[in-house]
Design a protein around this ligand. Structure first.
Ligand SMILES: Cc1cc2nc3c(=O)[nH]c(=O)nc-3n(C[C@H](O)[C@H](O)[C@H](O)COP(=O)(O)OP(=O)(O)OC[C@H]3O[C@@H](n4cnc5c(N)ncnc54)[C@H](O)[C@@H]3O)c2cc1C
Length: 262
């Protein structure tokens, strides 16, 4: 079984995000690039499935990212994935959700897959739209928000997180599934994994190999960012300097009572 995990590279979530006012794009230079945190959970789900299924199951990392992201993609290989494919091309710059999903779908058709596992949300774009759009472009079932993924009798079975609990849903393969952080803590790469990743293959595929039938990148974007604004600055916290523990506890209690929180 061939499992493909989609991995987006994003600016370090711990770094301050800055927008370029001229291009209205996120500034990605001068900030460390990391694997989108959600996608580490997608990799974990894929590796768990590979361990369970055994046999000839493979995990391929799939990323639409400039070639400069190669060493960050290698970190996903150090976690245990078998190989990686990067869609890298200057013509992809300015891709919106529609363009991203369209190009990724064409790349996925080229590499082939039984199951595509995506993270639920990127830390930068945060639309959550890519997994659904991918399933649509690939013409396969799209299951979202899965906290547990299994494959049995050639079928995909997932527990979908809901506000009240979870639903058990299943569908035929090939399929696309997006996962939540409840699939299990992503494993740390072992020393053996890090050393082994140096020898694993990362294929870089340019747009010319995809045989696209419509414009992509800036020219193909169907959406335009019209305006953006920083979130309102929060008022400074109210600091109480208590003389000792008991009076500090009373001050907290009085504050919560005044706010009708206790
Ligand atoms: C007009 C316009 C121009 C833009 N130009 C750029 C640009 O030049 N560069 C840029 O980086 N962004 C650009 N963006 C943002 C870009 O549209 C989104 O980052 C991209 O479409 C993915 O959407 P998302 O981040 O909301 O992903 P989500 O839908 O939130 O991601 C969900 C999951 O999908 C998968 N996924 C998403 N994107 C990728 C990817 N690239 N590779 C592998 N897996 C992925 C991951 O598993 C992720 O966890 C632009 C947006 C607009 C509207």
């Amino acid at each position: 079984m061939k499992i493909v995990v989609t991995v987006k590279l994003v600016p370090d979530p711990n770094a301050e995000k800055r927008m370029d006012t001229a291009t209205k794009r996120l500034v990605r230079t001068g900030v460390d690039t990391v694997i989108n945190p959600y996608d580490e959970y997608a990799i974990e789900a894929a590796l768990q499935l590979k361990e369970k299924l055994g046999g000839d199951t493979t995990v391929t990392v799939f990323s639409m990212v400039p070639e400069t992201g190669k060493e960050t993609v290698r970190k996903a290989l150090a976690m245990g994935a078998d190989d990686a494919l990067m869609l890298s091309d200057a013509g992809l710059e300015g891709s919106d959700v529609w363009g991203t999903a369209y190009v990724m779908a064409q790349g996925l058709k080229k590499v082939g897959f039984d199951l595509v596992i995506c993270g639920g949300l990127s830390d930068d774009g945060s639309s959550g739209g890519v997994p659904g759009a991918l399933a649509e472009y690939l013409g396969v079932p799209g299951l979202t928000n899965a906290r547990h993924v299994e494959v049995a009798d050639g079928k995909l079975k997932c527990q979908r997180e809901t506000d009240n609990g979870y639903q058990v849903v299943s569908g035929p393969l090939p399929a696309v599934v997006s996962v939540t952080m409840a699939v299990g803590e992503p494993r740390y790469p072992s020393l053996k994994g890090i050393m082994g990743a140096k020898k694993k293959t990362i294929t870089v595929m340019p747009l010319s190999e995809l045989g696209l039938d419509r414009p992509v990148g800036n020219d193909g974007a169907k959406t335009e960012l019209l305006q953006f604004a920083p979130p309102p600055v929060r008022a400074k916290a109210h600091v109480v300097n208590a003389e000792d523990g008991p009076s500090g506890a009373k001050a907290i209690f009085d504050f919560l009572k005044e706010k009708k929180l206790v």
